[in-house]
Design a protein around this ligand. Structure first.
Ligand code: 13P
Length: 361
């Protein structure tokens, strides 16, 4: 039996929270990530996602160009005003920025916490069950998370996806994903990283808001039951859900107030107030929709004990990528566009966003 397993057995009581020497640091990291007015930039897209992003600008999708693009975003002056943490890809967390130091070090110096995507990507759950995918990456996880801690990461992300088909997601997938996610979260806390728990109910589909609400409530409730079973320290984690919206192929246009009420009401039914922050993914919503919805969420007439913020990828980067076009001389334009979105979402996380402010872009 390895030393790691022995440690885990002594640290995991039959019931109760994991005991970890990193507890104080976890709470401090979670506190920074829950700073009012700040959110998280998800910059952890897998390498192949850059085929489609770089092709329109005639840029080759290679390591040098992906690093260059990450330098454009992450070395933006004033990033720290609106962004408390950045989720790096497995590639970026190992790289140096343009200033002769690791990206993690540069971010830390600027008051931004580094996170890293640690999951092993999606795999078919069962052959013959199209659209149902599980997340790989549990094998060797402890060694990986220890390595990322040494590189300077202080939080991490594991993404599960749930595709609504015929109004449902299979119960076996929900249970399996919740169990894996809770185990990932406990192992991350035992080794010093605040886990972002991301159960993404996907936007794709023909479902209405009520269906998304019913599925989301069940998925989140199942995830929190599993987190409890594994003794995860709720004060030292971060939830990253989707907003509760109608499916992108439903033809239904949702008013921000409707999305906000469905989202916060559902969260309030299943997410304990001990969780410090909830940062939504944008999931394919437009940049403006994402800001409008987040703003409405922060004005919803339902009790909101958590910091409700953004953990956007596409909704923070779309305009910046378009402005950059792969050209050095356009980097200032790209940074302006990026900072504008970050500021709009910072305002939305405080319920102070106004679409009229978009004219300042
Ligand atoms: P989007 O905001 O583009 O959905 O990305 C967030 C993310 O990290 C998905 O895992």
């Amino acid at each position: 039996m390895s030393a790691t397993i022995t440690v885990l057995q002594s640290q995991l009581p039959a019931y109760g929270r994991v005991r970890t020497p990193y507890e104080k640091e976890l709470l401090e990291t979670a506190r920074i990530l829950a700073t009012r007015g700040k959110g998280i930039l998800a910059a952890d897209e897998p390498n192949d996602a850059y085929d489609a992003r770089f092709a329109p600008m005639g840029l080759e999708n290679n390591e040098a160009n992906r690093r260059k693009y990450r330098v454009v975003l992450l070395e933006t002056e004033d990033l720290h005003k609106y962004i408390g943490g950045v989720i790096l890809s497995k590639e970026t967390v190992e790289q140096q920025c343009s200033q002769g130091m690791m990206f993690t070090e540069m971010l830390r110096k600027n008051g931004v916490v580094s996170g890293v995507n640690v999951d092993g990507g999606l795999r078919p759950f069962y052959e013959g069950a199209p659209g149902e995918e599980m997340t790989a990456g549990m094998d060797g996880y402890v060694e990986r998370v220890q390595h990322y801690y040494k590189l300077g990461a202080r939080f991490c992300k594991w993404r599960n996806v749930f595709k609504i088909q015929n109004g449902n997601v299979s119960e076996s997938l929900i249970q399996f994903n919740a169990e894996t996610q809770a185990r990932y979260a406990a192992l991350s806390q035992l080794n010093g990283l605040v886990p972002i728990v991301e159960p993404e109910v996907m936007l794709e589909g023909t479902h209405d808001v009520e269906t998304c609400q019913r599925v989301s409530e069940h998925v989140w409730a199942t995830v929190f039951a599993a987190l409890h079973r594994h003794g995860v320290i709720l004060e030292g984690m971060f939830l990253k859900p989707s907003m509760v919206v109608a499916g992108s192929e439903s033809g239904i246009k949702c008013a921000p107030e409707e999305v906000a009420l469905a989202t916060v009401q559902t969260l309030s039914r299943v997410v304990p107030p001990a969780v410090p922050a909830i940062g939504f993914l944008s999931g394919g919503l437009s940049e403006l929709q994402s800001s409008e919805y987040l703003n409405a969420i922060n004005n919803a007439p339902v009790a909101r004990p958590w910091h409700l913020t953004f953990t956007f990828g596409r909704a923070l980067q779309g305009s910046a990528l378009k402005a950059w076009k792969g050209k050095d001389e356009l980097i200032p334009d790209a940074r302006r566009a990026f900072l504008h979105r970050a500021r709009m979402n910072s305002l939305a996380s405080q319920g102070k966003y106004d679409p009229k402010l978009e004219a300042e872009a």
